[in-house]
Each structure stands twice: as structure tokens, then as C-alpha cells.
Ligand binder design. Sequence first.
Ligand code: NAG
Ligand code: NAG
Length: 173
Amino acid sequence: MNSIAVSLLVFSSLLLFRPICSINSEKERTLAMIKPDGLLGNYTDDIKKIIIGSGFNIVRELTVQLDEENVTLFYAEHSAKGFFPNLIRYMTSGPVLAMVLEKRNAISDWRALIGPTDAKQAKISHPNSIRAMCGSSSERNCVHGSDSQQSAAREISFFFGDIPPETLKHDEL
Ligand SMILES: *[C@@H]1O[C@H](CO)[C@@H](O)[C@H](O)[C@H]1NC(C)=O
Ligand SMILES: *[C@@H]1O[C@H](CO)[C@@H](O)[C@H](O)[C@H]1NC(C)=O
């Protein structure tokens, strides 16, 4: 291969790989929710301090009282489970605060901050997690975080509809 062919090859593979690199450095969004026990226990300010201190941008937020229909829709994948009536009672027992959080790796970083689903377990294994701070059981675990990009998209649109991408701060990439 002559040198022109080699440089063409290098150039075109750079072009090919560029989109992959920019996807990896792009900001991601997740849905965070402070559940009724978190709000009623006055943990909102502490949780928001942790969110900001961990480098998340809060793109949107909304305090809303959910009804049974909302909870059934939001937790559709759990609707056949035995704990569902309790889940509805808990999630409608007071307002929730839904937030769209944005940063690189927002989904996994937020889930790492909130800790294990079972808040009782979190107090032992992840004493610095948010659930260890404000939760009390596997059901009453005070906060929610999307578990995948697909869930994040669905859950964000559940609360906020379509949010234009221009609220992404490209200068911070
Ligand atoms: C939360 O704050 C409100 C208003 O300051 C207060 O009335 C309430 O008792 C507090 N709740 C808890 C669980 O500390
Ligand atoms: C909850 O359901 C009511 C109808 O029962 C609807 O008007 C409202 O928009 C829903 N809220 C959310 C956040 O989906």
C-alpha cells in the first residue's frame, strides 16, 4: 500500500470512529424522583445538595400528587405483583418530586448514589447512599432512578413530555 492510500485509510477510520467517541462523551439524562416519604420527611434539600454536588444538572423538576391511574401507568411492569396495592397506597400518600438529571453516565451514577432498592439493606451495605439516609424498607425507599436508557426515556416523557435537546449544555462537554 502506498502512503497516500495509508493516509486515506487512517483519515476515513478517524471519520468512522468519531461518532462513537462523541456518543461516549455525550451527556445522558435520567429520571429521578423523590417519593412521598422523602418529601414528607423533609429530605428534599439534602437530596438536591447531593445531586448538585455530584455534578448533575437539574434540567426540569415538578412536584405533583400522583393518583392511582398515574402510578399504575408508571409502574406498569409491576401491576400483576402482590405488592402492587401497597405500592399504589405508598406512591399516592403525598406529592412526589420528579426531576430530569443530566450529566455523563447520569443513569448509572444516579443509581449508584441512591443505593440498593432495599433501604434496610442499604443502611448496612451502603451507609452513605441516599436510601440509607431517607428510606426505611424495600418498598418505602424514598427515591427512584431509571434503570436503563429505555426506562429513562419513558419515565421522563411520563412526567415532562418531550424536552428539547437544546437544554443540553454543549459547552460543558
Ligand atoms: C417537615 O417540615 C415541616 C415544615 O417545616 C414540619 O412541619 C414537619 O414536622 C417536618 N417533618 C418532619 C418529618 O420532620
Ligand atoms: C395523572 O393522571 C391524571 C388523570 O387521572 C392526569 O390528568 C395527569 O396528567 C396524570 N399525571 C401525570 C404526571 O401523568
